[in-house]
Design a protein. Structure first.
Length: 173
């Protein structure tokens, strides 16, 4: 999928309401804005190897299909556990990319800022493109996904924030 094509996809994103969410706060709205900007940045990297992604792949020569869903998962990690996170991140990324309904699954490390250093964490972002909701459901039920979150929980610096987007197809004509 070329960068121009991804920009069209990103422009058509529509958030999917999540179940069991608490009332929206200003901080939560800011984090969601960060995630949207992060996927825009990831889209800008499409078509070239993503040098800033720690586990980002060069685009596949052959498309795995057309995505209908995008998931952005912000994962804060305690600074002292970065090596542990890289190890579990690599496992889940490699296994997930082999799933038939996965189009793309990349992990990015956020910038270390004075605020994140003071709070002792590094932000990571998982950018996921999926064929459909059934593919996401199968992924969430997989052993590698469950193993990842079991290992992530003790090294997390807060709860992950996950937002799912539906890709709205462009109008014909």
């Amino acid at each position: 999928m070329a960068a121009a094509g991804l920009w069209g996809v990103i422009a058509a994103l529509k958030p999917t309401p999540m179940k069991n969410t608490s009332s929206q706060t200003t901080a939560a709205a800011s984090r969601r804005a960060f995630l949207k900007n992060a996927v825009l940045g990831a889209a800008a990297l499409a078509g070239t190897p993503a040098a800033t992604g720690i586990l980002a792949a060069a685009p596949a020569a052959k498309s795995k299909g057309t995505p209908t869903k995008i998931i952005l998962a912000q994962l804060p990690v305690k600074t002292e556990h970065l090596r542990d996170f890289y190890a579990i991140g690599k496992k889940v990324v490699e296994a997930t990319r082999k799933e038939p309904g996965n189009i793309s699954y990349d992990l990015y490390r956020g910038a270390s800022t004075p605020e994140t250093r003071k709070k002792g964490f590094i932000p990571f972002l998982m950018v996921e493109f999926w064929r459909d909701q059934n593919a996401i459901n199968a992924h969430n039920a997989s052993a590698h996904f469950k193993d990842f979150f079991a290992a992530y929980e003790p090294i997390a610096s807060g709860k992950p924030e996950v937002t799912t987007y539906d890709i709205v197809p462009p109008k014909a004509g």
